[in-house]
Every structure is written in structure tokens, then in C-alpha cells.
Design a protein around this ligand. Structure first.
Ligand SMILES: Cc1cc2nc3c(=O)[nH]c(=O)nc-3n(C[C@H](O)[C@H](O)[C@H](O)COP(=O)(O)OP(=O)(O)OC[C@H]3O[C@@H](n4cnc5c(N)ncnc54)[C@H](O)[C@@H]3O)c2cc1C
Length: 363
């Protein structure tokens, strides 16, 4: 069976590897380079945080994310080079005036009745035990021991090698100009496939009704004076912040969230708010060096749930919103189950659309 995939963000890449594993002849196209620096997947912060996301996401996103948490180590183990992946949990803190936001998240998670000790409520000492450099700075926190993060830059660099090794026909710097059921047009030539997969992210907004962009800005810094060891979120009604430590003293500081399809560079306001909040969280950021700023639009449909639609010879894989790294492995698995076995058996099953109609209407 022959698959033609348009778009090599995290969605298209994981799908291509999974299909190749199931014996499909896979051809993938992306108008961007191998690393995909213009994609949303390059911009994303790579957090895999099913519980923290309960702050604003539907419970099903958490369920799908929990399946992805099981899949990520297996996916990464098959790659030819090591990709930084950390599963030491994440910490959420709030200043006393913003404690309501933190308690709201605590209540959301408690109301789900998860099995096991998925959340720990911390006082100042507990926060210091988890992140010693935050001792005495915050008095209330939540710790989610099972959450993880992946270095998406490294992931984007290594996956093309794995894809080539898997025999996938990778066509980077190649724009697809025509997408139809079972047919793709590239460089003026139309080629037939048993199934076409449309994984174009926000670029599909002209073709997918209700697909909108939610602009996000973030910064990468190097900060040798900061010793935070795991993702830290700071709750705030107007400037929620996260700091994600990577290898070599690098930190991701993010992210703004603006209802807009604007892909232009980070605004002064966005940079000021994020950097001020980071500096307030840890003064070691004063001497940090800004190494890159990124902006992209999270691809979202009206209900902010993923949009996966199985049609005749065309499957749409989009709408991952702010959860691409959290949910892409389980969604790719679900798509492959449907295409190869005729039935989705993982937690994403209720989210699937068939010819424009979703398996489950409400969540
Ligand atoms: C600031 C920010 C922070 C985020 N942080 C997180 C996080 O911590 N955790 C998390 O889970 N998610 C996060 N996300 C969300 C996540 O990044 C996205 O959900 C995910 O990257 C979307 O992946 P995608 O594959 O659908 O789209 P993309 O990564 O955008 O990939 C689409 C690809 O399609 C290609 N393409 C488009 N049109 C064509 C065409 N005609 N021909 C060929 N190629 C084409 C594009 O070049 C692009 O490479 C964040 C997003 C932002 C903006």
C-alpha cells in the first residue's frame, strides 16, 4: 500500500514512521527543510504534560496524553541518535496572590480520580525538595511526578535520519500544490496513492473550515546561573509562564497565547512579559543570553480538540492545538490502527471523525 503524506511536523513524521513499520510504502513531502524550522513543531516547547494541561483541556486530552507518555520512550528508542527526553515530572508554582489559579488546577486533577499518586501538593519546603533553587520563593506548589518533556529541536533533527533508514521517500523543500483523495500534485506532476494524509498544520486553514491559528511566542536562552532541573510552570491570570530546561544550560521560556493567525516575529510586549516573569521566578535569568526567539500558530479547530477525519483515500490529521507533543504519538497510533486494522483501540477512539462526523459528539 502506498501512502502520500503532506507535512512533516511532529504529526506527519510520527505517522510516516508508524506506517513504514506496518509495511507501507511511504512518501512524505514538506516545503520546509529537514529540520522544519518554519514548522509549529520546531517552535513548540516539547512538554508532555497531561495533568498540567487539565487546567484548560478536556479530560480526553489527558487520556490520549497518558497513552503518548507510554509511547514516547519506545519511539525514541528506535531513533538512530539520542534525543533528550526527561520524565522527572513537572512543578507548578504560584505567588500568593495567584494561588486561586493553582487551586483550580488542583481541583481539576482531584476531580478526575486518577489512580496512583499523580499529583503532590507542596509547601515551601516541598518545593525546595523538588527544585532547590526555588526554596523560599514560593509557598504553594503542585508536583506532577509522571510528566515528561522531549527536546523537539533534536527530535526534528534526528527523525529525518530514521525516516530515510526506514525506507521512507523523504521530499523536503518540496511544496505540494494539489491535495485530492488518493492524489498529490508536486512540481506539476500528479501521483496516485492508496491513501493521502494531510498533515499541514495551520497551512491547511484555507481548506479546513474552522481551523484557526493561536499565536504563541517563546524564547530560548542559555542561563548557566540557573539550576532548574525540570519544567516549571508559574500560574498567573494574565502571564502564565513555563520554563523548560534542556541540555547545555539551555532553557525554553514560554509562551504567549493570542487568538491570531499572525506568524510575524515575537512582539516587544511578548518578550518583555515572558522575560520579566522568568526573571521574577529566578534572578539567575538576568545574565542569560537569548539565543533564539520563535513564533508560530497552534493549529486549532473550534473545540480545541484534534481533527482527524477519515475519508475515502484521504485522511486529515490536524488540530493538535497546544498539545502536539502530548498527543501526536497516540493519535498517529490511532490513525494507523484505523487504516491498517479497521478500528481504533486506543484512548483517542472517541475523537475520530469519519467523513466529517465525529465518533462521539460531546466530551
Ligand atoms: C509557542 C508554542 C509552544 C508549544 N508548546 C507545546 C508543548 O510544550 N507541548 C505540546 O504538546 N505542544 C506544544 N505546542 C503545540 C505543538 O507545537 C503543535 O501542536 C504541533 O507542533 C503541531 O504539529 P503539526 O505536525 O500538526 O504541524 P506543523 O509542525 O506546523 O507541521 C506542518 C508541516 O506541514 C508543512 N506544509 C504545510 N503546507 C505544505 C504543503 N502545501 N506542501 C508541503 N508541506 C507543507 C509545513 O512546512 C510544516 O512543516 C506548542 C506550540 C506553540 C506555538
Amino acid at each position: 500500500m502506498r501512502a502520500g503524506i503532506v507535512g512533516a511536523g511532529v504529526g506527519g513524521r510520527l505517522l510516516s514512521l508508524g506506517l513504514a513499520e506496518r509495511g507501507w510504502e511511504v512518501c512524505i513531502f514538506d516545503k520546509d527543510t529537514e529540520e522544519g524550522r518554519e514548522s509549529c513543531s520546531w517552535t513548540g516547547a516539547g512538554m508532555i504534560a497531561p495533568y498540567c494541561e487539565q487546567e484548560s483541556a478536556e479530560p480526553i486530552i489527558c487520556n490520549v496524553g497518558l497513552r503518548s507518555l507510554e509511547l514516547w520512550p519506545k519511539i525514541l528508542a528506535k531513533l538512530p541518535e539520542k534525543v533528550f527526553y526527561q520524565n522527572d515530572g513537572s512543578l507548578v508554582v504560584a505567588h500568593p496572590n495567584d494561588a486561586d489559579e493553582l487551586h483550580r488546577l488542583q481541583r481539576e486533577v482531584e476531580s478526575r480520580d486518577f489512580e496512583g499518586d499523580v499529583m503532590q501538593v507542596l509547601d515551601a519546603k516541598g518545593i525546595g525538595n523538588i527544585e532547590s533553587e526555588l526554596y523560599g520563593r514560593f509557598y504553594t506548589g503542585l508536583y506532577f511526578p509522571y510528566e515528561a518533556q522531549v527536546d523537539n529541536w533534536k527530535l526534528m533533527k534526528v527523525t529525518p535520519i530514521a525516516m530515510a533508514q526506514a525506507g521512507i521517500d523523504c521530499n523536503f523543500n518540496t511544496e505540494v500544490t494539489g491535495i485530492e483523495p488518493g492524489r498529490l500534485t508536486v512540481n506539476g506532476e500528479t501521483v496516485e496513492y492508496d491513501m493521502v494524509f494531510d498533515c499541514r498544520g495551520i497551512d491547511a486553514s484555507d481548506d479546513i473550515a474552522n481551523l484557526r491559528g493561536v499565536r504563541g511566542e517563546l524564547l530560548h536562552v542559555t542561563a548557566p546561573d540557573v539550576g532548574l532541573t525540570r519544567p516549571v510552570r508559574m500560574m498567573h491570570p494574565r502571564y502564565p509562564l513555563y520554563i523548560v530546561p534542556r541540555e547545555d544550560d539551555r532553557f525554553v521560556i514560554g509562551a504567549t497565547k493570542i487568538e491570531s493567525h499572525d506568524l510575524s516575529e515575537i512582539s516587544v510586549r511578548g518578550a518583555l512579559e515572558l522575560l520579566s516573569a522568568a526573571y521574577a521566578l529566578h534572578p539567575g535569568f538576568a545574565e542569560a543570553r537569548i539565543i533564539e526567539t520563535n513564533t508560530h500558530c497552534r493549529p486549532a479547530v473550534t473545540d480545541n480538540l484534534p481533527y482527524i477525519d477519515f475519508r475515502d483515500k484521504l485522511t486529515i490529521f490536524n488540530g493538535m492545538f497546544r498539545h502536539g507533543f502530548l498527543i501526536a504519538p497516540a493519535l498517529a497510533e490511532a490513525i494507523i490502527q484505523q487504516i491498517c486494522d479497521g478500528k481504533v483501540t486506543n484512548a483517542a477512539a472517541p475523537l475520530m471523525y469519519f467523513n466529517g462526523k465525529r465518533a462521539q459528539e460531546s466530551f
